[in-house]
Design a protein around this ligand. Structure first.
Ligand code: NDP
Length: 240
């Protein structure tokens, strides 16, 4: 049986690497994106992985997309809540929109997706949900009260959902990356990034495939006893 995986924000960065890693271990993958149509098109051409456009912050959009994926690929077995954004500034300069956009995408987006996929997982007695957290949710980060709050909340979300999913064969875990070489980190000013890298014991940024292999491991059949866990992948920058 081919398992079906949905990777939100799966057409670039960490999500792209996760989509490819899941494809390589035999899953049918649906990768989502929100606005970058060109990037998604070239991703699908390169990888053969279907891409679907929807906004994870929109509850109805998530349900419509999951219905479409179910009709195209089959019922969803694996959900990777990866889509995430930053809107950085110190709290006194942070607008209400910068707060709510980040909460709606990074946190409520995960809730919206779980509501769309969990009933079918429970019915079939099998599921894997991996939520992408962040070192900045574990340690906090100046200029990111919105982002750090959403990523810290992912831990509670994961642990509560893991308890609800366990008896239905649904595992739920968090993977918390450190600083990874993607567009999101490319937006950090170079002098600030150099200071961050100086604090990483292994002395470099992580690569997206280093996150993806752990996500794929958590999605395997054999990982059924791992639930409610956080795996940090950060080059030793934050030992939690
Ligand atoms: P990128 O900015 O490279 O990619 C983000 C992806 O999410 C894109 O595919 C984007 O779509 C999609 N996306 C954004 N908003 C929405 C939305 N509302 N609905 C659907 N899709 C959306 O991010 P990264 O690969 O760097 O990060 C991936 C995840 O990992 C995020 O949750 C991030 O917080 C987390 N993370 C990243 C770290 C890093 O150092 N890079 C460190 C720790 C955690 P589109 O292409 O259309 O814009």
């Amino acid at each position: 049986m081919t398992r079906v995986a949905v990777v939100t924000g799966g057409t670039r960065g960490i999500g792209e690497a996760v989509s490819i890693a899941l494809r390589d271990i035999g899953f049918s993958v649906a990768a989502s994106f929100v606005g970058d149509v060109e990037r998604a098109r070239s991703f699908t051409e390169r990888t053969g992985i279907d891409s679907f456009q929807w906004n994870v912050a929109d509850y109805d959009d998530c349900h419509t997309a999951v219905d479409q994926i179910t009709a195209t690929l089959g019922p969803v077995d694996v959900l990777i809540n990866n889509a995430g954004i930053t809107r950085d500034s110190s709290v006194l300069k942070m607008s209400r929109e910068d707060w709510s956009d980040v909460v709606d995408t990074n946190l409520t987006g995960g809730f919206n997706m779980v509501k769309a996929v969990l009933p079918a997982m429970r019915e079939r007695g099998w599921g894997r949900i991996v939520n992408i957290g962040s070192i900045n949710g574990q340690a906090g980060q100046f200029g990111q009260v919105n982002y750090s709050a959403t990523k810290a909340a992912i831990h509670g979300f994961t642990k509560a959902l893991a308890q609800e999913g366990a008896r239905f064969g649904v595992t739920v875990n968090t993977v918390a990356p450190g600083y990874i070489n993607t567009d999101m980190v490319a937006a950090v000013p170079p002098e600030q990034l150099a200071k961050i890298v100086a604090k990483v014991p292994v002395g470099r940024l992580g690569e997206a495939h280093e996150i993806a292999r752990v996500v794929a491991f958590l999605c395997a059949e054999e990982s059924s006893f791992i639930t409610g866990s956080t795996i940090s992948i950060n080059g030793g920058q934050h030992m939690y």
